[in-house]
Design a protein around this ligand. Structure first.
Ligand code: PNS
Length: 165
């Protein structure tokens, strides 16, 4: 049984994240989507809301092989606790590479048996990020091609007032 932890902020989940989850399911028997409980960062959605949106968005995928959880503190501690084999991350463009490379090597230094597997999302999502989605939505822009319909609705509700992007 090969298990990957797919960590992230997922604020909110985008079609790019969903693309990586479905690709991850082809390589791993189980994908644990782990939402970071970030105490410093002001997120638009609470951890509970973010997990709920990922659950809803993955309902029609091989959901018995996907687990949605949250983690606090060091990622490697969570990976160790869950006995996972790898960390799964998406790489969209060269600009992601440096940060991801640093994180992957640091994580491997902290937990030597863990490797990070990078997957490229469909090129339609190569410029997509949760941050941009929040920003576009906050100014009333159309994000319907970037997130599932129900996430778009939740963004609209949140953006009734001017959110902190
Ligand atoms: O979606 P994001 O914000 O790019 O995800 C970043 C994340 C959650 C993978 C990263 O910030 C993380 O792993 N944070 C947990 C704390 C930690 O382990 N930091 C050291 C990483 S080398």
């Amino acid at each position: 049984m090969r298990t990957a932890v797919y960590p992230g902020s997922f604020d909110p989940v985008t079609n790019g994240h969903l693309d990586i989850i479905s690709r991850g399911l082809k390589l791993f028997d189980r994908v644990i989507v782990a939402v970071l409980v970030n105490r410093e960062k002001n997120t638009m959605f609470t951890v509970g809301e973010r997990m709920e949106m990922i659950s809803e968005a993955t309902r029609n995928m091989l959901s018995e092989r996907i687990e949605i959880t949250s983690f606090d503190g060091l990622l490697v501690n969570y990976v160790r606790e869950r006995g996972a084999d790898a960390i799964l991350r998406g790489i969209r463009a060269i600009s992601d590479f440096e940060y991801e490379f640093q994180m992957a090597l640091m994580n491997r230094k902290l937990l030597k048996q863990v490797d990070t597997v990078f997957m490229m999302p469909d090129e339609r999502y190569s410029y997509l990020s949760s941050k941009l989605v929040r920003e576009v939505a906050s100014f009333g822009g159309d994000v319907s091609v970037f997130v599932p319909g129900f996430v778009e609705k939740r963004l609209k509700t949140k953006c009734g007032g001017r959110p902190d992007v």
